[in-house]
Design a protein around this ligand. Sequence first.
Ligand code: GLU
Length: 376
Amino acid sequence: MATTALPVWRRAVIKIGSGLIAPGGKKCSTQYTLSIAGFITAAKNQGKEIIMVSSGAVAGGLSTQPELLKHTTWTIPEKQALAAIGQPLMMNHWRRFFDFPCAQLLLTYDDVHNRKRFVNAKNTIRQLLRMGCLPIVNENDTVAVEELRVGDNDNLAAYVAMLAEADLLIICSDIDGLYDSDPHCHSNARLLPVVEKIDRTIYTLAGGSRNPIATGGMRTKIEAAQKACARGINTVLINGRRREALDSLLAGQLSGTLFKRSQNPMTAKKHWMVHALTPCGQIIIDSGAGRALLQGGASLLPSGVTGVAGDFKKGDAVLVLLQQGKQIVPIAKGITRYGARDLTKIKGRKSAEVTGILGYTGAEVIHRDDLVLIYE
Ligand code: GLU
């Protein structure tokens, strides 16, 4: 397989999916993890720093429950219990390969979104690296309730890459990289060696997940790459089943897909707005306002708003949707300066009319400093 040059890196987060740790969803196996562990040891011997994000807790737990192994789906409490059983099995599986200590970090959504906890986790990882350990991160599936989960380890790995200030995110999957069509269905599908920019067309190349135990699929890998690249972290997608793909990385080459990091990384504030803030509602805008936001870097004014959805308050995060004929497309996220009720009253109106309608002097709906384009 052809290779491309890999930008020089010093600290990487490597994400290993369930399909590599527990092929066939049965139990932790050395089939692929042996060569992955070999890669980690060799990279550390080259002076690189590695942090691992490993799935496999649920799969590991399943291997102890013959009754549940017969099913193809599991309830949330079952999965949470399986993760509690399997997490130490997964850790033990990795630990046996290394002469240096492995350290377990179980993170939840809060740990990567709450500033204080983020900094705590960051300091711990830094200290672990100083101590020569291999930090092994997984989501704390046992305690994280559905709405407070990152939800998949691809996105978790992107957060960990930011937390660890890594310069490379390696996503190991069971596919050679990103293809221009689904290689399982199209024999002439072409692997994309480099993705310069992640935009809507890249997302259309993603299908769903085929593995009932794994949470993600190509989509979550692209999401992860987008998050990491936006913060200036190169991301590679390789086939973790192929030893040569791992050996290439050690030789500074890539056999897979490189998602190139942004040359103008987003500021932490903008990144947080796009990737961490959950929108409480939606604001629909017309094409004139759309142009002003997309091309002119303008603030959003009441006159450009055509619709309001959801029950948001002043200061909440909202999604900005552009009406294009019959289609409505998300283009930005921002912090609104009006609640939904007041905005409904002034939508479509000139700024000068706002005081008369609301009884207080108005402002932009979203100031441009509080607005970030989704595909910026
Ligand atoms: N945290 C899950 C586990 O360890 C896996 C989630 C994922 O694969 O994305 O089983």
